[in-house]
Design a protein. Structure first.
Length: 188
């Protein structure tokens, strides 16, 4: 009998599909092993705990967004990223919902998602020469409001993503990001 070697990437990919179908709360070592038709041993060889696997799943989600965004030359910074975020999440909408929206996650999973997403958006803001000049409190406020803008945009534009509408959506997102940035900069 031939043994299959289960890599970290294989397990993360299957875990993402599992979460899309069943949600974070159902993601246990036993459930994932059953879903992958294997024992739990390969999971524990790759991850110290289920918490580590869930954290790696969220990190992997953001890494994939970042990798696909880095392949394209965008001129409008946060607005372009917002459009990319919306379009990207239409492809994995159920995973997006389970990561950001469904409230049934355990508190440790929620904290991990919050920490990872905050760091991701902080890095995104720091990469913009104009935005990194804002005070720390202004950056924090921008980060929180930009995050809400992104989540809301994915939910709002779910049914309207078409090639013809991407330019219009980019203009709308650009206006929203500009207004948000100007509003925060004026507050201090």
């Amino acid at each position: 009998m031939r043994k299959t070697k289960f890599t970290k990437k294989m397990i993360l990919d299957k875990a993402a599909k599992f979460v899309q179908t069943y949600g974070f709360d159902e993601l246990t070592t036993r459930n994932l092993a059953d879903y992958m038709k294997m024992s739990t041993q390969p999971i524990y060889k790759q991850f110290d705990s289920m918490h580590d696997l869930k954290q790696a799943l969220v990190i992997n989600y953001f890494a994939k967004i970042n990798q696909s965004f880095a392949k394209v030359d965008y001129a409008n910074g946060l607005a372009d990223f917002a459009l990319h975020f919306v379009v990207y999440n239409q492809k994995c909408y159920e995973l997006f919902l389970h990561i950001f929206f469904y409230p049934q996650k355990k508190s440790t999973t929620c904290r991990a998602i919050q920490t990872i997403s905050q760091q991701f958006f902080y890095d995104l803001i720091q990469a913009d020469p104009k935005l990194c000049q804002l005070s720390t409190s202004q950056q924090q406020q921008l980060q929180e409001q930009y995050f809400l803008l992104l989540i809301g945009s994915v939910l709002t534009h779910r049914r309207f993503i078409e090639v013809q509408q991407e330019k219009v959506m980019l203009l709308q997102l650009n206006d929203l990001v500009d207004n948000l940035t100007q509003h925060i900069a004026k507050q201090n």
